[in-house]
Design a protein around this ligand. Structure first.
Ligand SMILES: Cc1cc2nc3c(=O)[nH]c(=O)nc-3n(C[C@H](O)[C@H](O)[C@H](O)COP(=O)(O)OP(=O)(O)OC[C@H]3O[C@@H](n4cnc5c(N)ncnc54)[C@H](O)[C@@H]3O)c2cc1C
Length: 483
């Protein structure tokens, strides 16, 4: 006979007990600091409350760092892509991954799903619907009491003697936050620009959208639509256009074949996770270049979702070489084809650019990337990886010229842009807990080292007597002496 679900209140109680068993919360050991004007300094500001920002916040607290603010530009419950521009029906990842649970069984998606819906429902679940994954992340934030400040946007980061001043704008207006350290957990597009095929660069607008934008699919009913690319996003956007009643959807792919394998999937094991960052730079660049030159297969469910329609055409070996307007329509030359289209969607992904976000633009030139110091004259590495930031062990930015921008040490990037430095631990679900743990331990170590004289003084001042002086009756030689 099937068991009824235990309910989320019971799960929260179990989780609290687990945390208690693990001595959570630990002592807040960080020395409070004040800025020059006497204003208290926040130890860590996390920008972005998607999966990575939330996991980073919990990991920092487990490391005894509690003076944290976490902001997100999105509305509550709409952080990240899941209920905004993720147009797939289900996640690509399998349901059993522990994801951002940081080693806590009762914090996993599975525990949440079973507690709210029961074991039978868990067993019957195939892939995780995207809106259900969002519900889980909302619960994660609630059960851990992570105080996200929503609709609060980081607009500028100014280096300061104490770390950074963040210019933010939120529901109660503009504010300057003095922070000792800043984590950018701003997502896949946080430090990136949309990749736009050159012939379409002047076409972005209502008729030509990147897949990460708001797209009016209703307007595509009865129309001719092209989707450029064969990524997961491209395929899901093609499905959305077809489901909205597009008359014909053309999937336009530069490569001559459809990729069938996701090589990165083979890297989800502890050796890779822990060992990748210490591989020589060239080995990391080689590996990632191989994976991305091989290309990544779109998910099978998404491909089937598109090709259950008949009004879809696949164009392989079809690089976009020309585009022009014909009245309201775009005439596209792709490979041997010329197509007249009402709408174009770019499922072409992003490229990393440290100068892309408004907030880092002022000092982007000072940031070290792999373009500085790596010889790629023979084209061995995929060019785009050279623009990834060369981050330190706590995901901190490093200076391009030593001594020119020491403040970068207080700015951490916990997004996909960390991939060449740290592997796949700061974006995707499988290893995000490893990444958050690495980030939090690194930050804790840096803060401790910076404050070491004060911690040493505390140690010298420590005077709690273990022996009270009555334990050895015949002894009167005690250190320190008894009063
Ligand atoms: C369509 C899609 C499908 C995916 N499917 C999978 C999958 O199945 N499996 C998997 O493992 N991975 C998947 N991923 C990859 C990854 O899991 C997601 O990108 C995930 O959202 C990463 O979490 P994050 O916290 O890094 O970023 P996000 O979830 O994007 O969160 C970043 C947050 O930062 C906020 N932000 C950005 N800039 C600012 C600013 N200046 N001020 C304030 N707030 C800001 C945003 O509002 C956002 O809420 C998918 C990604 C996409 C785009």
């Amino acid at each position: 006979m099937s068991q009824p679900p235990i309910g989320l209140a019971a799960l929260a109680a179990r989780l609290r007990h687990d945390l208690d068993l693990l001595q959570y919360p630990p002592n807040d050991w960080v020395k409070p600091r004040r800025a020059g004007d006497g204003k208290p300094i926040v130890d860590v500001v996390i920008v972005g409350a998607g999966m990575c920002g939330l996991a980073a916040c919990f990991a920092l607290r487990r490391a005894g760092i509690f003076n944290i603010r976490i902001i997100d530009g999105g509305e509550p419950g709409r952080e990240g892509p899941w209920v905004t521009y993720a147009r797939m029906e289900t996640l690509r990842s399998p349901k059993h991954l522990a994801g951002p649970a940081l080693g806590m069984p009762n914090l996993t998606f599975r525990a949440w799903y079973e507690a709210s819906r029961g074991l039978d429902a868990w067993e019957a679940l195939g892939r995780i619907p995207t809106d259900i994954w969002m519900d889980y992340l909302i619960w994660y934030r609630d059960v851990l009491e992570i105080p996200v400040e929503n609709e609060t946007h980081l607009e500028r980061l100014d280096p300061a003697a104490h770390g950074f001043d963040l210019q933010v704008n939120g529901p109660s207006g503009a504010e300057t936050i003095a922070a000792r350290r800043v984590i950018l957990a701003t997502g896949r597009e946080g430090m990136a620009r949309p990749r736009v095929p050159a012939p379409l660069s002047g076409f972005l607008g209502p008729k030509c959208r990147h897949s990460s934008e708001d797209i009016d699919f209703e307007a595509m009913a009865g129309k001719s639509v092209a989707v450029i690319g064969m990524s997961a996003s491209a395929v899901d956007n093609a499905a959305s256009a077809l489901e909205a009643g597009a008359a014909r959807v053309h999937v336009i792919v530069r490569a001559p074949e459809v990729p069938r394998i996701n090589k990165m999937k083979s890297t989800n094991y502890p050796g890779f996770t822990h060992g990748f960052p210490s591989l020589p730079t060239e080995a990391r660049l080689d590996l990632l270049s191989y994976v991305f030159r091989y290309r990544v297969a779109p998910p099978r469910d998404s491909v089937r979702r598109v090709w259950r329609h008949r009004n879809v055409a696949l164009h392989l070996d079809a690089e976009v070489t020309d585009a022009r307007w014909s009245g309201e329509q775009i005439v596209l030359t792709a490979g041997a084809e010329t197509l007249t289209l009402d709408h174009v969607i770019l499922g072409t992904g992003f490229f990393i650019d440290v100068a892309a976000p408004e907030e880092t633009r002022g000092f982007a030139d000072a940031i070290a990337t792999f373009r500085h110091g790596v010889d790629n004259a023979d084209g061995r590495f995929l060019e785009e990886f050279l623009d990834f930031p060369d981050l330190g062990p706590a995901f901190e930015f490093r200076e391009r010229a030593p001594g020119a921008a020491p403040f970068l040490n207080a700015l951490h990037n916990f997004t996909f842009a960390a991939t060449v430095s740290h592997g796949n631990v700061s974006g995707d679900i499988p290893c995000v807990s490893d990444g958050a743990d690495r980030l939090a331990r690194g930050i804790a170590a840096e803060i401790f080292n910076e404050d070491f004289p004060a911690h040493l003084a505390d140690l010298h001042a420590h005077a709690e007597a273990e022996l009270l002086g009555d334990e050895i009756p015949e002894n009167d030689a005690w250190s320190p002496p008894l009063e």
